[in-house]
Design a protein around this ligand. Structure first.
Ligand SMILES: [Zn+2]
Length: 304
């Protein structure tokens, strides 16, 4: 656990044993113990241990602020509610039904992860509807003496929201602002299927910019300053990767061939900017082949 602002603590969930892959954030105050994106169930033992080191039990948590329902962010929600039935689970209204009944979410994840589902994510339990607090964006949540602003920020996912804590200047942006590892200035887009929407994404960046945050908190991984530079680089790289994907769609071959050509383009771009060891780590974090499928689906949908 690492304090990043008053009563604001980063928790490294040590996903599959890897440090700095998935970050949760604990917000404390006035009888509230809220977690932004609790992560997948495979990280629950780490979460429990980290909280215990801070004198907090899972039963003490009061709320989950979910940016979106992808399993690396929200997979543990149902199991957490089972252990702590008073937990309030904040989520965009389009995500809420898929937490109550995760069958479609699981089917969609299975197309990407196949027989690796259990190893990567563990159990995905339903969240009872009475625990769900559906958001549309535009709300201000009073939370332990803070006011947390909510914005609807689609682009990465059609049900993505971001949260802004004006008291600390931190915007919790989930995957809307890409991936950026501590100690690196490189920002990478995350564009998995099924609902990449580049136009909506631009509007989401504008919403986040309008908060004038001092720091962004991408789930992958943790607080990132230089907000303007971050957003500018992300917009530029997203446009470039979208263009790589569009070019592959004009070429012959199967989708698997196209995805692997896209991977090569991304790989050689990263090799120009990063040492080899860092390239491997960034590729593992972004999964460029999945990014290709997300972008290809976007282009094909656009072309009707
Ligand atoms: Zn993610």
């Amino acid at each position: 656990m690492q304090a990043i602002a008053p009563k604001t603590t980063l928790i490294d969930l040590q996903y599959l044993g890897y440090p700095e892959a998935i970050a949760a954030c604990l917000l404390e105050g006035d009888g509230e113990l809220a977690l932004v994106d609790p992560g997948p169930t495979t990280c629950l033992a780490t979460l429990e241990r980290e909280l215990a080191g801070h004198g907090i039990r899972l039963k003490d948590l009061t709320a989950l602020l979910l940016t979106h329902i992808h399993l690396d962010h929200a997979g543990a929600s149902g199991v957490l509610v089972r252990k702590n039935p008073r937990l309030r689970v904040y989520v965009h209204e389009r995500g809420a039904p898929h937490l109550a009944d995760p069958s479609k979410l699981l089917a969609s994840a299975e197309r990407l992860y196949g027989d690796q589902m259990q190893r990567l994510w563990g159990e995905v339990a339903p969240v009872p509807p009475e625990n769900l607090q559906a958001l549309r964006g535009g709300e201000t949540l009073p939370l332990g003496g803070r006011k947390i602003a909510v914005a609807y920020t689609p682009g990465h996912a059609a049900h993505h929201v971001s949260y802004f804590d004006a008291s600390t200047g931190i915007a919790f942006v989930g995957d809307t602002c890409g991936l950026r590892y501590p100690g690196f200035s490189i920002v990478l887009p995350l564009t998995p299927p099924p609902d990449i929407d580049l136009e909506a994404w631009q509007r989401s960046w504008e919403q986040i910019r309008a908060w004038e945050p001092e720091r962004l908190f991408p789930t992958h991984f943790g607080p990132a300053g230089n907000v303007e530079e971050h957003l500018a680089q992300l917009a530029e790289r997203t446009a470039r990767w979208a263009e790589y994907a569009r070019q592959t769609l004009e070429q012959a071959g199967s989708d698997a061939d196209r995805a692997s050509r896209f991977l090569q383009m991304v790989e050689s771009e990263l090799h120009r900017e990063l040492p080899a060891e860092a390239v491997r780590r960034h590729l593992a974090g972004t999964a460029p082949e999945q990014c290709w499928y997300g972008l290809a689906r976007y282009w094909r949908k656009r072309e009707g």
